[in-house]
Design a protein around this ligand. Structure first.
Ligand SMILES: N[C@@H](CCC(=O)N[C@@H](CS)C(=O)NCC(=O)O)C(=O)O
Length: 203
């Protein structure tokens, strides 16, 4: 089994943190995003979407998409559970993970891709106005998450889950668009200190 990984990007980091929480070790192949290795022939054959991460099993089966890779490992090793246990908790984890990935992370990524000069070659067309629209969405999403964290220890409830991993990787990635957790988001700040102290956060 091999994990196609990159140390510069948030989605592969989600998988690394997930694996660290489960104490699973997987050999990795580092892909050089800066030099567009992921758009070369070899990686494009593995993943025609040309995105990292991908997991290649010993029989050659390729699993791409961060959450799909994490679900595979959850199935192989259910403990500790990171997708929730039982119908209600699983649905709640799914709800928050999707909200964070689609709304918060989606807005951060679009703001970065459509406004940062370093992305001009990669994001064609780069639409500055779309970058600004997305940048403005970030504080609204953070405020919604801050309200949730005022009621719960972790974002999907009282147990650490994949939704916390997605949130940590998103919040840490905000530096790229020069946004941060502000004084108006004390619950998010409390949560960030809590999850950043877990050994997995270094992955
Ligand atoms: N939906 C994919 C998104 C993966 C993704 O966007 N990966 C980024 C790194 S965080 C990437 O490979 N970017 C390369 C590019 O956009 O050229 C997933 O969940 O794995």
């Amino acid at each position: 089994m091999k994990l196609y990984d990159s140390d510069r990007a948030p989605n592969p980091r989600r998988v690394r943190i997930f694996l660290a929480e489960k104490n699973i070790s997987v050999p990795s192949v580092m892909i050089d995003l800066a030099n567009m290795e992921h758009r070369g022939e070899a990686y494009s054959r593995l993943n025609p979407w040309q995105l990292i991460p991908s997991l290649v099993l010993d029989d050659g089966t390729v699993i791409s998409e961060t959450v799909a890779i994490c679900r595979y490992f959850e199935g192989l090793q259910p403990d500790p559970p990171l997708f929730g246990v039982g119908a209600l908790e699983s649905a709640t984890v799914e709800m928050w993970n999707r909200r964070i990935e689609l709304n918060l992370y989606g807005a951060i990524a679009a703001a970065f891709r459509h406004s940062h000069p370093a992305m001009a070659e990669r994001e064609k067309p780069q639409v500055q106005e779309w970058g600004e629209v997305n940048r403005a969405r970030v504080p609204t999403e953070l405020a919604r998450i801050d309200a949730q964290l005022s009621r719960h220890r972790f974002v999907a409830g009282e147990r650490f889950s994949i939704a916390d991993i997605t949130l940590l990787c998103s919040v840490d990635f905000m530096r790229i668009i020069k946004q941060q957790i502000t004084d108006e988001m004390p619950h998010l700040a409390r949560w960030k200190a809590l999850v950043s102290a877990r050994p997995s956060a270094a992955a």
